[in-house]
Design a protein around this ligand. Structure first.
Ligand code: PGA
Length: 272
C-alpha cells in the first residue's frame, strides 16, 4: 500500500525497491487522443464544436482527451470544457517568456487561459513557417518550463531515412530527463496528413517503436517505456481501432476527424 511504501522507502530495503521498479516497467501507458483543429472554427463555431465533442466523449474513461484549438478560440472552448474530461491544448507557443515579439503568444499566456497541452513542430509549421528542429526544441522547452505538456511532432524524414531518425529527435536534444514525463511525441508521416492515406498499422507501429528506442538510448529504458507516442495522419473512425491496438501506438493526433464530433467520439472509444 501507499502507506507501507512511504514507511519502507525511508529504510534500507532494497528488495522492496526492486519490486517497485518492476511494477513501473510493466505499467500500461495511458492513451492520449488529441484533436488538432488547425485553422478552423471562429470562437462562435468553436463553442458549438466543443459542445458536440463533449456530448460524444462524456462518460468515457480510460484515455486522455485533448482539443488543440486556435489561439482566439481558447477562452470560448475553456468555458465549455471546464470540469469535463476534455483538456485544452494550443497549436503553437513562442519560446521567449515575453517582450517585443509582435504576433507571438507565450507559454504563460496559454497557461493562464487554462491550456495544458501544446503542439510544437507540426509539419505544417515546419513547411510553411520555417520551423526547424532548433526552434521546435526551444518552443518545447518553453512549454515544459511553464508546466505544459508538449506534443512534439516528428515527421517523414525519419521514415525516409531509416536511420536518420536521430536528426528529427534532435528536437529533444537538451530536454532534461525529469521533463520527459510531460513530453508526448507524435509520429506524423507527411504523406498521410490530410490525404486520407493512413500508414498501415504495422508501418506506424514500427516507426513509433523506433522513436521509443531512440528515446531509450538517450534517456534509458524507464523513460522510454513510459513515453506516450502518438500516431497522426488521416486517423479516422474506421482505422483508429487497429492503429490504437498496436503495441507502440499510445494515441492519436487527429486533424480532419477531430472536426466531426461523432467520428472523434468513435476514436476516443477505440482508445478505451
Ligand atoms: P489529419 O491531420 O488527421 O487531417 O491527417 C493530422 C495532423 O495534421 O495532425
Amino acid at each position: 500500500s501507499e502507506h507501507l511504501r512511504k514507511v519502507l522507502c525511508g529504510r534500507a530495503a532494497p528488495y522492496i525497491i526492486v519490486e517497485e521498479e518492476e511494477k513501473m516497467s510493466t505499467k500500461k501507458r495511458r492513451k492520449v487522443i488529441a484533436g488538432n483543429w488547425k485553422m478552423n472554427m471562429t470562437p462562435t463555431e468553436a463553442k458549438e464544436l466543443a459542445k458536440g465533442v463533449y456530448e460524444q466523449v462524456k462518460g468515457k474513461k480510460g484515455c486522455d482527451v485533448v482539443v488543440c484549438v486556435p489561439f482566439v478560440d481558447i477562452p470560448a472552448v475553456a468555458q465549455i470544457v471546464k470540469g469535463t474530461i476534455i483538456k485544452l491544448g494550443a497549436q503553437n507557443v513562442h519560446f521567449e517568456e515575453k517582450g517585443a515579439y509582435t504576433g507571438e503568444i507565450s507559454a504563460n499566456m496559454l497557461k493562464d487561459c487554462g491550456v495544458q497541452y501544446v503542439i510544437v513542430g507540426h509539419s505544417e509549421r515546419r513547411e510553411y513557417f520555417g520551423e526547424t528542429d532548433e526552434t521546435v526544441n526551444k518552443r518545447a522547452k518553453a512549454a515544459l518550463n511553464a508546466g505544459l505538456t508538449a506534443i512534439i511532432c516528428v515527421g517523414e524524414k525519419l521514415w525516409e531515412r531509416e536511420c536518420g531518425i536521430t536528426a528529427e529527435v534532435v528536437s529533444l536534444y537538451d530536454i532534461p530527463e525529469e521533463q520527459m514525463q510531460n513530453v508526448i511525441i507524435a509520429y506524423e508521416p507527411v504523406w498521410a496528413i490530410g490525404t486520407g492515406k493512413t500508414a498501415t498499422n504495422e508501418q506506424a507501429d514500427e516507426v513509433c517503436g523506433i522513436i521509443r528506442s531512440v528515446v531509450s538510448e538517450k534517456y534509458g529504458k524507464q523513460v522510454a517505456k513510459q513515453l506516450i507516442v502518438q500516431y497522426g495522419g488521416s486517423m479516422n473512425a474506421k482505422n483508429a481501432e487497429g492503429l490504437l491496438a498496436m503495441e507502440n501506438i499510445d494515441g492519436g493526433l487527429i486533424g480532419g476527424a477531430s472536426l466531426k464530433p461523432a467520428d472523434f467520439g468513435v476514436i476516443v472509444s477505440a482508445a478505451q
